[in-house]
Design a protein around this ligand. Structure first.
Ligand SMILES: Cc1cc2nc3c(=O)[nH]c(=O)nc-3n(C[C@H](O)[C@H](O)[C@H](O)COP(=O)(O)OP(=O)(O)OC[C@H]3O[C@@H](n4cnc5c(N)ncnc54)[C@H](O)[C@@H]3O)c2cc1C
Length: 377
């Protein structure tokens, strides 16, 4: 069998590239996907109770990129959705990111008002102060507040999520989490925030619906290697697997999801409730809040982080530590030595956490610069 392009992986990255090559270059693309569905980790579907769920955990689309938004809008209408998150702290549900409303959820009105005044004086209304900066700078009562947020909202969640302390992870992860000196409870601040009206899977199906694109599900690249001839190849799977783990495995964090159906209209106040402290899970997500679906009953997922073990569970989050970056760079050198005969892109091939909009932007960039731009040798 001969195709113009072989693409490994039918997630966001693989399907954006397939769509671009098929529609803009009029070339034939074969996409191989080892799972039994397209969409990668963004896959959504109706469960046995008729509730739309996200198989691999809640996916909230948000972006500041006009380009990405315009591109995806060719394939879907949108359901506007602003994500809101509560965290269970000392028996109370507190808005996160921690903001001025959170103060009143945790402390007495008098003390909350005093802390609000201190935050406003020091940082000004509307500012977003990274937790690490606050810890370094704050003194007196603001210092106590900072330690409270760090210990009760942040530390335990991080420890469970990564299996590492914030110190072990380093500031690229830990420095990001801000305290909002405002009453803005939205989890994301991006200009565009919405969910594909009929789901991610349908949007991606539309993207792949082109006579130049064929998708083979349940097909592992490593099993068909050598059997398909192609002029160009894009690999969106694990880069260490591609090179047969010659420099050892790149570590990932994995997750286990426990889905449960409840015969109530809604299970919790918002789509996501975090459990930073006592429980072994990190969060409970309720999908109807996200999709806006009107139906009897509701489905939630409980999320347990755990280490990734090859063959036993799925690789979700690259672990952002310096030693892992160094190992990835060894694989990157191998990839570069292939002189663009194989292009690597996506969160597994780049060993980088991408939000969906970043995965789309990366795929569009690879298409423009390395494929349509004629830089391939
Ligand atoms: C729990 C969780 C929650 C998330 N929430 C959000 C969110 O709220 N908002 C957001 O913007 N982003 C979110 N993301 C990130 C989002 O999932 C990614 O941005 C997106 O999935 C990246 O797409 P991708 O195609 O690069 O990778 P993937 O989705 O992983 O797709 C890669 C595909 O390649 C296939 N594959 C790999 N190797 C092979 C092989 N050898 N042969 C055949 N097929 C192969 C895999 O099966 C997979 O389907 C979340 C991610 C996780 C894990």
């Amino acid at each position: 069998m001969k195709v113009d392009w072989l693409i490994v992986g039918a997630g966001f990255t693989g399907l954006v590239l397939a769509e671009r090559i098929a529609s803009q270059l009029d070339e034939k693309v074969l996409v191989v996907e080892r799972r039994n569905h397209i969409g990668g980790n963004a896959y959504d579907h109706y469960d046995e109770n008729g509730i739309m769920v996200h198989r691999y955990g809640p996916h909230l689309f948000h972006t500041n990129s006009d380009k990405v938004w315009r591109y995806l809008s060719q394939f879907t209408d949108w359901h506007p959705y602003y994500h809101r998150v509560l965290a269970l702290v000392d028996g109370k549900k507190v808005p996160v990111p921690f903001n001025l409303n959170s103060l009143y959820a945790v402390f007495t009105p008098g003390y909350a008002s005093k802390l609000e005044g201190l935050l406003l004086n020091h940082y000004g209304f509307g500012s977003k102060v990274p937790i690490l900066k606050l810890r370094q700078e704050a003194s007196g009562e603001l210092h106590c507040l900072t330690e409270y947020i760090y210990e009760k909202v942040f530390y335990g969640y991080n420890l469970k999520q990564w299996g590492l302390t914030p110190e072990e992870l380093g500031p690229s992860v830990t420095g990001r989490v801000p305290v909002h000196v405002s009453r803005d409870d939205r989890y994301f601040q991006d200009r565009y925030q919405a969910i594909p009206k009929h789901g991610y899977t349908e949007m991606l199906q539309r993207m792949a619906n082109h006579s130049n694109i064929k998708i083979l599900l349940n097909t592992d690249y490593q099993e068909i290697e050598g059997e398909i001839k192609f002029d160009g190849m894009v690999y969106t799977g694990l880069i260490d697997e591609f090179f047969n783990y010659m420099y050892g495995e790149l570590p990932y964090r994995s997750l286990q999801f426990e889905f449960g159906y409840h015969s109530v209209d809604t299970y919790q106040e918002v789509a996501q409730v975090n459990y930073p402290n006592e429980q072994s899970y990190t969060r409970i997500s309720e999908y109807k809040h996200i999709t806006g679906q009107r139906a009897y009953g509701t489905t939630v997922s409980i999320e347990y982080p755990l280490a990734y073990r090859r063959g036993q569970n799925l690789p979700y989050y690259p672990v952002p530590r310096e030693e892992n970056r160094k190992r990835y760079n060894l694989y990157l050198s191998e990839a570069e030595s292939l002189d663009n005969r194989v292009l690597f892109a996506g969160r597994l091939a780049d060993y980088k956490y991408y939000n969906m909009d970043q995965a789309v932007a990366r795929a569009l960039g690879v298409f423009e610069k390395q494929i349509a731009g004629g830089k391939r040798s």
